[in-house]
Write a protein that binds this ligand. Structure first.
Ligand code: KIV
Length: 271
């Protein structure tokens, strides 16, 4: 990895050390160069190029439509910006579920064409063969359990997962399996805080929660949600750190009205 002279790159080993020492891991999504620059400069440990790009960048209802080529485009822009953070990229729906060879090819494309540092995949034992094959090629893999949005049509709802014993038991087994295979971390999405705490305690690798309570080893949010760019999306787990929709909308309205009123540009703003 080529890095900025004085900047020490976060690696999967750094994340493990953070778990061992009890330091919480900060992770946030980004999908383009400018946003990723701001995120990296703020001291983020992991930047996730999530397939949530399908929602927040492309306006799709689900994460399913985004393609591998589109993920590579977003990821390469983020990689150019990230001087310190570890850049993890989602393998999109349809790029790894078919067979392990296809999964490996998809992961290799993300590493080679985007310059990513790791990939993330949704699922447990069902994808074990693919996870294992990708890891064997030297590509770090992050797991993702609980509410896995690529399976939304199976779930039928975005509600909390693993509330009942059978699903909680499977999630615990999946988490152990992913650790055993060699994953460097696992995202736990929208599961009861008590279950997430139990899983985080039982694993030696870090867990990163989203709607999974305070006992995960780290936290992740979608940047558009936490900056308040997605007006009206306010699930209980989301803490909104800004109201950027209003700030940006207000600024753009002022621009429009200045043009209409012939106030922009003024004499100093021309050649
Ligand atoms: O795609 C994404 O942004 C994610 C996070 C919600 C964890 O997978």
């Amino acid at each position: 990895m080529s890095v900025h002279k004085e900047t020490k790159r976060i690696t999967t080993h750094t994340l493990q050390e953070m778990k061992n020492s009890g330091e919480k891991i900060a992770m946030l999504t980004a999908y383009d160069y400018s946003m990723a620059t701001i995120v990296d400069d703020a001291g983020m440990d992991i930047i996730l190029v999530g397939d949530s790009a399908s929602n927040v960048m492309a306006g799709h209802e689900t994460t399913l439509p985004i393609t591998l080529d589109q993920m590579i485009y977003h990821a390469s822009s983020v990689v150019r910006a990230a001087k310190r953070a570890l850049v993890v990229v989602d393998l999109p729906f349809g790029s790894y579920q078919g067979n392990s060879k296809e999964a490996l090819n998809s992961a290799i494309r993300i590493m080679k064409e985007a310059g990513a540092h790791a990939v993330k995949m949704e699922g447990g034992v069902e994808i074990a063969e693919s996870v294992s094959r990708i890891l064997t090629a030297g590509i770090p893999v992050m797991g993702h359990l609980g509410l896995t949005p690529q399976s939304i049509y199976k779930f039928g709802t975005y509600t909390v997962r693993a509330k009942h014993e059978a699903e909680a038991k499977k999630l615990k087994e999946d988490a152990l399996k992913l650790q055993e295979l060699g994953c460097f971390g696992i995202v736990l999405e929208k599961i009861p805080a008590k279950l997430a705490a139990e899983v985080s305690k039982s694993l030696s690798i870090p867990t990163i929660g989203i709607g999974a309570g305070q006992h995960c080893d780290g936290q992740v949010l979608v940047i558009h949600d936490m900056l308040g760019i997605n007006k009206g999306f306010k699930p209980r787990f989301l803490r909104q750190y800004a109201e950027l929709y209003d700030v940006m909308n207000g600024a753009i309205k002022n621009y429009v009205s200045d043009i209409k009123a012939k106030k922009f540009p003024n004499e100093k703003e021309q050649y």
